[in-house]
Design a protein around this ligand. Sequence first.
Ligand code: SF4
Length: 472
Amino acid sequence: MSGRYVVRTYGCQMNEHDSERISGLLEADGYLPADDVDDADIVVLNTCCIRENADNRLYGNLGHLKTWKDAREGRQIVVAGCLSQKDRNGVQERAPYVDVVLGTHNVHRTAELIQHSRVAGPITEIFDEAVVDEHVLFPSALPVRRETSYAAWVTIQIGCDNNCAFCIVPAVRGAEISRPFDDVVDEVMRFAAEGVTEVTLLGQNVNSYGRDLQLAARRDGDVDARIRPLFADLLRAAGEVEGIRRVRFTSPHPKDMRTDTFEAMASTASVCDHLHYPLQSGSDRVLALMHRGYTGERYLERLAEARQHMPDLAVSTDIIVGFPGETEDDFERTLEVTAAAGFDYAYTFIFSPRPGTEAAAMESSFIDPAVAGERFERLRAVVERSALQRHQARVGRIEEVLVEGPSRKDPSVLSGRTGQNKLVHFTPPRSLRAGTYANVEVTRAAPHHLEGRFIEVTHEPSHRTRIPVASL
Ligand code: SF4
């Protein structure tokens, strides 16, 4: 086929990675990326149902796209991702001009479905669960168009076996399935050979990686099932691949965090000193309502253990404010645990009900938005205080930064990230390509970024950075 496409991505890294696969599949089928939507023949909306009002936004965007589609014959609209998985036939019922609706387990079928719909008309294809074939489940056999040449996502697991009351993921992504160990390591090696130096291991609950493979092996009577690799082994193996300078992972679950993961992080030089460790609430009562499987105290104990292994660890988190039934005492406990944890940064959210989740049905205990808003500001002040303190402690230090490109605000300034995942802005004496590693002396700290003075290049990228995937 020929033509141009645009993929617009909403939501989490899993969706970003799925969009890379969708782009790769379309390019393998002969399509080229478009500069913008006016230049495109196909627009793919890769949706997320986590965000507030996701449905309204989707249908608002689709309304605009109907005008776009009507303006030129042959244009097609594709809706993929979690919202289509959840709404199923509802998407084409509300927007009959959408050509293809595909679910989270049907990404590998994108190009085929687009072609098929040209002949057959609108199609909705939603598999209820992943097709258990590693070439379909995981992207190794599928073309992927990465956004950068120096960094890559590596899916190690799909789905989630937990049942957090606020989360729709288990319903739209299905049960946890770990990707075979050798398949993951092979992909990391292939990326390294292509010039990738930073990989992010991706899953909904990465630190439970491999448990299902162990169980399956045991069921099959494998006497060595116990020694099947788990997440710590995967971290070590990925970190030892030649050419890989940084290994990141997201997201672990505090309930499943084990000492061997901290040991693997500490003993593998390329695994970054950064842990994203979602707290969600500091109140034991609210944590129980959320089904999180840990207490505030247990969370802090685990964090202390992580810091014993890695004294220079940066820690980020997610916290929900105003979960149904949250009292002032509950919230104060969240403030206490947050202050005690001393986060480097936090993604804080005011609770909003996601249709289909347990928490969405707790309507009688919803918190007054004004109360939730006021709590949100108090929490933000606590987070910003610790973030600033921890950033100020970096001033005067030499940090190695992976250059991402010009700063959004000032193109003469470059932005990059340290191993701790801190954003650093600095002005180099000459242009540096994205993917370069440079030593920078930290000269100033703010709650959300650092500023620094360029010292020297420590590593040049071996490949040219590709043009980013076009966006609307
Ligand atoms: S661990 Fe909880 S929040 Fe994370 S994906 Fe699973 S159900 Fe959702």
